[in-house]
Ligand binder design. Structure first.
Ligand code: SAM
Length: 251
């Protein structure tokens, strides 16, 4: 099985950089406007929910962990006026995030640094809000990332997470890294309060539209072909996963 390490994601992002077609398919399906610059699998409505759940004001400290090319965190920083620090282990993705932040945010409002989900290298207790979009399943185990998130947040700091969980925990056909995600169990275990975990079938339905649109797109470049391979696998087993959105507060 492919190792999903930094080198893998660097190549994934390098392919994307030369494929506006891939981003266009995703942006259309997720309802994302062009100014977001980068298309991920969170809908435009979802970005608004994350921004609201974090309860940040101007000058507050926002972390976007596993931020990728940064589009979502930059949008939340723009809406709230928060100071953004984005962390990812893909240096290629962070280069793109810096370019987008320079276009969309006032100078000095955002910085990006290499780090991992379980070892960000950032000081503890300094963040007012932390978002992690569609990435906590890559931590081994996800609970270790949740402990790191809790360490990073100041008392009362807010967490917003999106990811996937298995529809049936006994289903061995689901990838082990997704079977390892159990936010109802792990957020309290990591010490979070006010834990709310919601299934989002509406977001999942948008994803189905995305994969169907991907398969219908011309397969002109490696990023589109890679998305189509993922789309075929995903649609074959679509009902085995639930889309999950969680919020919590640090004690
Ligand atoms: C599906 S992408 C989501 C990116 C971004 N949050 C978004 O929604 O557009 C997953 C991201 O997790 C990052 N990632 C995966 N494992 C990681 C790890 N152990 N530490 C830091 N980043 C990681 C990848 O480089 C990639 O940017």
């Amino acid at each position: 099985m492919t190792s999903l390490d930094a080198a893998y994601f660097d190549q994934w992002y390098a392919d994307m950089d030369t494929s506006p077609a891939r981003d266009a398919v995703i942006a259309r399906a997720m309802g994302l406007p062009p100014q977001l610059r980068d298309a991920g699998t969170l809908t435009w409505g979802g970005v608004g929910e994350v921004a609201e759940a974090l309860r940040l004001g101007p000058g507050a400290a926002l972390l976007d962990i596993a931020c990728g090319r940064g589009g979502y965190g930059i949008e939340v920083a723009l809406r709230t006026g928060a100071r953004l620090t984005g962390v990812d282990f893909s240096a290629v993705a962070l280069e793109r995030a810096r370019l987008t932040a320079a276009e969309r945010l006032p100078a000095g409002q955002a910085e990006f640094r290499v780090g991992t989900l379980t070892g960000t290298g950032l000081p503890g207790g300094a963040a007012d809000g932390l978002m992690c979009i569609d990435a906590v399943q890559f931590a081994e185990p996800p609970l270790a990332a949740l402990h790191e998130f809790r360490r990073l947040l100041a008392p009362g700091g807010r967490l917003a997470l999106t990811c996937w969980e298995p529809a049936d925990r006994a289903d061995k056909s689901v990838l082990p890294r997704i079977r390892g995600v159990d936010l109802r169990r792990d957020l309290p275990a990591a010490g979070f309060l006010d834990v709310e975990v919601h299934d989002r079938p509406d977001w999942r339905a948008a994803e189905r539209g995305l994969w169907e649109a991907a398969l219908a797109a011309p397969d002109d470049d490696p990023a589109v072909r890679s998305m189509q391979a993922e789309g075929r696998r995903t649609l074959e087993t679509f009902d085995t996963l639930r889309r999950v959105y969680a919020t919590a507060t640090a004690p």
